[in-house]
Design a protein around this ligand. Sequence first.
Ligand SMILES: [Zn+2]
Length: 265
Amino acid sequence: MPVPPPGKLLLAAAVLLGAALAQAAQPSDHPATVAAPPLRTVAAHGPLAVQLPTAEPGGKKAGVKKPPMPRTDQRTGVTPPRPWSLPGGKVLYLTFDDGPQPVYTPKVLAVLAKHHAQATFFVLGREAAAHPALVETTRRAGHRIGNHTWDHPMLTKLSPARLRQEISTGVRSKCFRPPFRDTNAHVAAVASSYGQHQVLWDVDTRDWEKPGVARIERALIRGARPGAIFLMHDGGGNRSQTVAALDQALTKLAEQGYAFRSLPC
Ligand SMILES: [Zn+2]
């Protein structure tokens, strides 16, 4: 291949850099145009390893600094995944617990599809067994599934044998979420022994209290910051408030440049 004159090379580099900068400056309000990044494995805490998206190749060129390593929760040993992949890091992680539920899970899926949003569903083993097609539909829509135990007990109150049973009979996933945030180092270690990384949340929308659409929406808007993990529910009761609040909040958050991704579960 002939070597181009140095002037031409410089011009090409400048064009590339300009494109990368323009991409970095632009809010990513259309997550569907963002390709899923390849996964890399990092040591999270002790023997645990989680798959995190790798940094985007353009990141360095655009002068985007990689965010610092996420802080590990000393009580639970959990290191939350953080958005390495988007310039500006405006990624939110929506999570829905206690499903699948035949009425509300499809409504949540419809709202997510409308906003090109991907999310993570921490399902109960007993509900997944009762509605396997709903889990499959959720997966096929590009969302991820996490284990929320079989039967939703307080895990720290269980005998070691029952604890193992609750975690091992839930759905197979790389992620595990303890019901009621009731956990300790032992619970996290048992989940880890099944290859499941404990994932809690940063923002509880308290939608389970049915406080009204406006309050749930406000919790979503106020809690938004790059990399935040939100807790919501598609199962366990009437979730019509959650569905309505989600629809409204996603419109506003997308306008602020946020993208919605699933956790690497
Ligand atoms: Zn739950």
